[in-house]
Design a protein around this ligand. Structure first.
Ligand code: SAM
Length: 279
């Protein structure tokens, strides 16, 4: 994979170097907030529980806060880093397989195939692209054992929210049909250098062993339609979508998108699939 042109070094502009980072200056455009609290790092590594022989892949290893304790336990580790200076440092370490790339361009199916086993994905994700990363990984869920990601706490709250909760959203539905998820560690801004403006949390995502059959692009479109006006009843949004596709069912359109369980969305998507003539 070719290095990304965005990985040109920024001009430091008088900013101070990251604590323990050997002179590295955090690049905001890469969402660089480095973990420096050893208590929190230990807690995250305990939640991941890496074992020798497993194929772990870390997204955004940065200065190695998680990389070091994880590779001590797993012996080998693949890391995906976009910042070319950080990737160059990581390449000096023979126990790491370094992929210098934008994670959104990485084919995780190919990685699993090369590894000859399912992957365990970890990372303190760049918050500016955390949802695109989660959506990028979704089609490969069957080649993944689990995912442990640090994200904005507010995003984790949306991922795990149940219907009727104020945080229940498109992200909840799009991930819950495929993963069992739980928040495993809460992390305050002071655990990072530089500290982010928001609280963070680590989420554990385990793909369901027997997921429902879903036409992912169609399901994605349908859920987006439902949540396009989340405060209005679904008659205005999904109602029109159902009429357009000739779907007649007892699905209650008097509800709002945020009240509908994932199973109901899945049932509706299955009806749409049944209506679509196969190629
Ligand atoms: N893991 C380190 C830690 O916990 O201290 C760094 C985490 S920092 C929040 C995010 C990391 O992701 C940075 O190292 C950054 O350079 C890297 N990164 C940002 N965008 C990326 C992308 N599109 N693909 C791969 N890595 C990326």
């Amino acid at each position: 994979m070719r290095p990304d042109p965005r990985s040109k070094p920024a001009r430091p502009g008088g900013k101070r170097a990251v604590q323990g980072g050997g002179g590295h200056i955090a690049r905001k455009r890469f969402g660089q907030n480095f973990l420096v609290d050893h208590g929190v790092i230990d807690e995250i590594v305990r939640a991941i529980a890496p074992q020798p022989g497993q194929h772990l892949v870390e997204i955004g290893p940065g200065l190695g806060a998680l990389t070091n304790p994880v590779v001590e336990r797993s012996e080998k580790l693949t890391v995906i880093e976009l910042d070319r200076d950080l990737a160059a440092r990581l390449r000096k370490r023979p126990e790491l397989n370094v992929i210098e790339s934008d994670v959104l361009r990485v084919d995780f199916g190919a990685l699993a195939q090369e590894a000859g086993q399912k992957l365990r994905l970890i990372g303190n994700l760049p918050y500016n692209i955390s949802s695109p990363i989660l959506f990028h990984l979704l089609p490969w869920a069957d080649q993944v054992i689990d995912q442990h990601f640090m994200l904005q706490k507010e995003v984790v709250d949306r991922m795990v929210a149940t219907p009727g909760n104020k945080d229940y959203s498109r992200l909840s539905v799009m991930l819950q049909w495929r993963y069992r998820m739980e928040c495993v560690v809460d992390v305050p801004p002071g655990s990072f250098d530089p500290p982010p403006k928001v609280d963070s949390a680590v989420v554990r995502m385990v793909p369901l062993a027997t997921p429902p059959e879903v036409d992912l692009p169609e399901f994605t479109k349908m859920v987006a339609v439902a949540f396009s006006q989340r405060r209005k009843i679904l008659r205005h949004t999904l109602g029109a979508w159902m009429a357009e596709h000739g779907i007649e069912t007892e699905f209650d359109l008097q509800r709002r998108a945020e009240e509908v369980p994932v199973a109901d969305y899945l049932a509706l998507a299955a009806l749409k699939k049944a209506k679509t003539p196969s190629a």
